[in-house]
Ligand binder design. Structure first.
Ligand SMILES: C[S@@+](CC[C@H](N)C(=O)[O-])C[C@H]1O[C@@H](n2cnc3c(N)ncnc32)[C@H](O)[C@@H]1O
Length: 324
């Protein structure tokens, strides 16, 4: 995840985040660039452990405390006025952005597998990306009706030919795994989720609210656990007779490189299809073709790149690789 490399300075991470926010969130592009040059805010950040200095955590915590997205003056004043309150919230919370639109980038790969499916999402946050079959989809006019008529329609632009299904796959069982599951029925957790959304990114906030309402009608089960220790036991609970799929999106960037390798060995050793949807270079040993914008790479079994995907699920480009 850009803006989250504990090996680099906070200023370098915020500059990188500003580049990432360009064209998506002008407010956060400006704010991150300002933080990178602000000695007082950088000093405050350096009082926190490296993994807590992330722009997403600072900006979400500021939004939580201020009641609206911070601008540069507002953030400076907050750091001056209430550094203890701000750091307490940043220490208590994590980047757990749960973006339901990522389901639209996973759906074509899932629909190619023999049904019914048993899904395990690793790093599931509140479980909104476990509800693949409940949402409806609109791929530039190719519409797919989900199983919950009140659930949001996820719009995703197919760039080039994509093997789009006519219906969502049948899901026999699903479970999430997360270090810190968020509870869709708790208002405070939902408020944190909404504070993680970047301002100015179209309809993300409405989509999140609609996905939370969908999840509240039938909450998904997300188990507390670590992807390094608790995945095999959860996989053993999946029903026989279903295709077990272990998947994760926007998770491994928050895991140390040596632990990513350990996780890859665990996921690759399970009797399961393993789908990863992560930034390039994050899944150990996965070689993907270059792309100027460095989007996420959707891949199967840690070896086969299937598609480039927008990190927030707004577009999908299928890769023409033989031998699939
Ligand atoms: C950015 S969120 C992504 C949530 C969801 N996958 C999505 O795409 O919307 C990353 C999630 O990974 C979880 N996570 C990070 N490290 C983990 C670990 N070692 N074991 C389990 N979950 C982890 C975090 O708690 C967080 O909820």
């Amino acid at each position: 995840m850009r803006g989250h490399d504990p090996g680099r300075s906070a200023a370098a991470n915020y500059r990188e985040f500003a580049r990432d926010a360009r064209g998506r969130s002008p407010a956060y592009e400006t704010l991150a660039a300002a933080v990178a040059e602000d000695a007082a805010i950088l000093r405050f950040l350096c009082s926190l452990p490296p993994d807590k200095r992330q722009p997403n955590i600072l900006f979400a915590a500021a939004r939580y405390l201020l009641g609206e997205p911070a601008d540069t003056d507002g953030l400076r004043a907050l750091v001056r006025r209430d550094p203890a309150g701000l750091s307490a919230l940043m220490l208590a919370r994590r980047t757990q952005t749960n973006e339901p639109a990522r389901c639209a980038t996973l759906l074509p790969a899932l629909a190619q597998l023999p049904p019914p499916l048993a899904l395990i999402e690793v790093g599931a946050s509140a479980g909104l990306t476990l509800l693949i079959d409940r949402y409806s989809y609109d791929y530039a006019g190719h519409r797919i009706a989900g199983r919950d008529p009140q659930a949001p329609v996820l719009r995703c632009e197919p760039r080039g030919p994509v093997p789009l299904p006519s219906r969502p796959p049948e899901i026999a069982w699903r479970a999430g795994l997360d270090l810190n599951p968020l509870d869709v029925t708790r208002d405070d957790d939902v408020r944190w989720l909404s504070c993680l959304v970047w301002p100015g990114e179209g309809d993300r906030e409405q989509r999140l609210a609609a996905a939370v309402a969908t999840a509240r009608r039938d909450p998904p089960v997300v188990h507390r656990g670590d992807l390094l220790t608790d995945l095999p036991a959860l996989a053993a609970q999946a029903p026989a007779g279903a295709t077990l799929v272990v998947y994760h999106t926007a998770v491994l960037a928050y895991v140390a490189p040596e632990d990513r390798r350990r996780f890859a060995a665990i996921a690759g050793g399970l009797p399961a299809v393993w789908l990863s949807n992560e930034a390039p270079g994050v899944v150990p040993g996965l070689a993907a073709p270059p792309h100027p914008d460095r989007p996420f790479v959707l891949a199967r079994d840690g070896r086969t790149p299937l598609a480039f995907t927008d990190p927030h699920g707004t577009w999908l480009q299928w890769l023409p690789i033989a031998g699939r």
